[in-house]
Design a protein around this ligand. Structure first.
Ligand code: 16G
Ligand code: ZN
Length: 553
């Protein structure tokens, strides 16, 4: 069974960080890179156990800290279908990591491992099931070392087969994990998917959509500038654009902040998080023509926001809410044109951070249902999958995608076959569009292609997109408190349950401001509490927000 001596040796060599409390949050484990050796060791083991539990299917592991500064790193596990680690396994990830971190000796850690294996009834008999793991990493300097910690036991102790994708975006890792399992299930003898499969698939979908809609091979915007946050999105997008099948003229898309080989520049004064938070152009970009469109990825390219600068040099952000509403407008129109609005249910999923104007616009103008969930991709994803046939979800910060249900594909297929090659344009458009969106997770590259395609089909300029509705003035501030764990929420984080009485005070503040809305929640990624406020009158916003902050402090 397990070679305990071999495991002990690797444990002793690898787990140098001790007495650090690790927690598996919405984005996996994330902290300063120098403290991650121990948790990488245990996460590698947990991924192997997850694969064993799932009859040896490919389980993905991504080393990234997304938009965090370059000194940080992190790791998360991806299920065989490309979704996030099953929630019931998150506590195991934590127990194993903290056992290794706090155990006084190897025996303490080993006892925890044995307990977990027993609890999940995992058969470790070598040869019965071979675990399969796909690993990827973003461009951080610390990643190669952490990768060695992660994989240290996989082949040697657990006889796992490990596929190392090298540097990829987070969504590429999700996509490749999913595709590899699909191919394995179909009996493919060499099922491991590659980056190239990813490029071919999405370029193919983009080209099909353009030719279906008979669009010239050129974008509706004269130029798109892509800020890749000096992260892995830069080299990966370049590979896509360099593909011989990519037909958009090369001078229409320009990549900036693409120095992924200079570690300290990662996410520094650029990228989606910087642009969304500061509402201004990132470093390295200056306003060019006012009809150009801009977008920013985050460090691992699973998040994107757009923006443009008007003729008066004013910056306009087109965030996740604007992406949702653009795609919802387009897709619900296509559903109507295809006469499918009664057979297929389209809806938008948002969080409490969605601007109130966007919610009103979706309900009143688009007549689309809207759901609100807690912050974190997994909550939005779950709602999109369970409630809608076309589930559009984006967080305001640019994380998101669209999920098309099994029923959607069945209905479209059956309608297409009924019309014998003479099917309505809208039906063919929906069929192509569904392929352009990464189904596993939000993906800056795929979302960017979907937005470009939509704008081109609708012949919209950035300001046409923007003027569909006007954001309410809004503010998000971070409050440092003594103990953020006491801030417990209900109603999808829109109301505080604890500390007792605080919500009543906040409500009394809200009541004073026209179209006022405010909520308070503990951050899942930082030791702080976030206060959000929006109201009609921009001149009263600061005062409104401050009043709430005063009660929180
Ligand atoms: C994580 C989440 C992101 C969310 C953010 C909120 C994933 C993959 N990432 O980065 O969706 O917007 O946390 O951060 O779920 P906060 O809790 O610090 O406000
Ligand atoms: Zn990210």
């Amino acid at each position: 069974k397990l070679n305990q001596e071999q495991l002990r040796k690797i444990y002793d060599d690898t787990c140098r960080t001790k007495n650090v409390q690790y927690s598996y949050g919405t984005a996996g484990f994330r902290t300063v890179a120098k403290d991650l050796d121990t948790v990488m060791f245990t996460t590698g083991i947990l991924a192997v156990l997850r694969s064993l539990k799932l009859q040896g299917q490919y389980v993905g592991v991504m080393i990234t800290a997304s938009h965090n500064p370059y000194q940080d790193n992190g790791v998360k596990i991806v299920e065989p279908d490309g979704s996030m680690l099953l929630a019931t396994w998150e506590p195991y990830a934590m127990q194993l990591a903290n056992a290794a971190s706090f155990a006084t000796d190897f025996e303490g850690f080993y006892a925890e491992l044995v307990k977990l294996i027993g609890h999940e009834k995992i058969d470790l008999d070598v040869g019965t099931v071979v675990p399969h793991i796909v690993v990827g990493r973003d461009s951080r300097e610390s990643s190669p070392f952490l990768l060695r910690c992660l994989t240290s036991t996989m082949a040697s102790v657990f006889h796992a087969q490990v596929v190392d994708l090298g540097c990829v975006t987070t969504p590429q890792l999700h996509y490749i994990t999913d595709l590899s399992n699909k191919r394995a299930q179909e009996g493919d003898s060499a099922p491991v998917a590659t980056e190239q499969d990813y490029y071919s698939f999405f370029i193919g979908a983009f080209n099909d959509l353009f030719s279906t809609c008979q669009i010239e091979k050129s974008l509706s915007v004269p130029k798109l500038f892509v800020d890749t946050a000096n992260g892995i999105g830069g080299p990966q997008l370049k590979k896509l654009l360099a593909s011989p099948d990519w037909v958009v003229p090369a001078d229409q898309i320009e990549i900036t902040n693409d120095k992924s080989d200079v570690p300290e520049l990662l996410n520094f004064e650029c990228g989606a998080d910087y642009v969304k938070t500061n509402q201004k152009l990132p470093k390295g970009l200056c306003p060019s023509s006012f009809d150009a469109l801009y977008c920013s990825f985050d460090g691992d390219a699973d998040r994107v926001v757009f923006y443009y600068v008007d003729s008066k040099s004013k910056f306009h952000l087109l965030d996740g809410d604007k992406i949702s509403t653009l795609l919802a407008k387009f897709l619900s129109k296509q559903l109507q044109l295809a006469n499918l609005e009664h057979s297929l249910k389209i809806g938008v999923v948002q969080t409490a951070y969605a601007n109130g104007s966007s919610t009103t616009y979706i309900k009143d103008e688009l007549h689309c249902p809207v759901s609100c969930t807690k912050t974190g991709v997994k909550h939005l994803h779950h709602e999109a999958v369970t409630q809608y046939d076309i589930g559009i979800y984006f967080e305001a910060n640019g994380h998101g995608t669209i999920i098309f249900s099994e029923k959607f594909h069945q209905v479209i297929e059956s309608e297409l076959s009924k019309s014998h090659g003479n099917s309505p344009l809208a039906l063919r458009t929906l069929s192509c569009f569904a392929k352009l969106i990464n189904q596993t997770v939000g993906d800056a590259i795929s979302d960017m292609l979907a937005v470009l395609a939509t704008l081109s089909i609708l012949q919209m300029a950035p300001m046409d997109w923007d003027k569909e509705y006007t954001d309410l003035p809004n503010k998000l501030v971070k409050c440092i408190v003594h103990d953020r764990s006491i801030f417990q929420t209900t109603d999808q984080e829109r109301k505080l349950q604890n500390p007792a009485g605080l919500q009543t005070k906040i409500d009394s503040v809200i009541a004073k401001y026209a179209m006022g809305r405010s909520f308070v929640r503990a951050s899942g990624t930082e030791d702080a509490v976030r206060v959000y406020a929006e109201c009609q009158d921009p001149s009263k916003l600061d005062q409104f927000c401050n009043e709430v902050v005063e009660y929180v402090k």
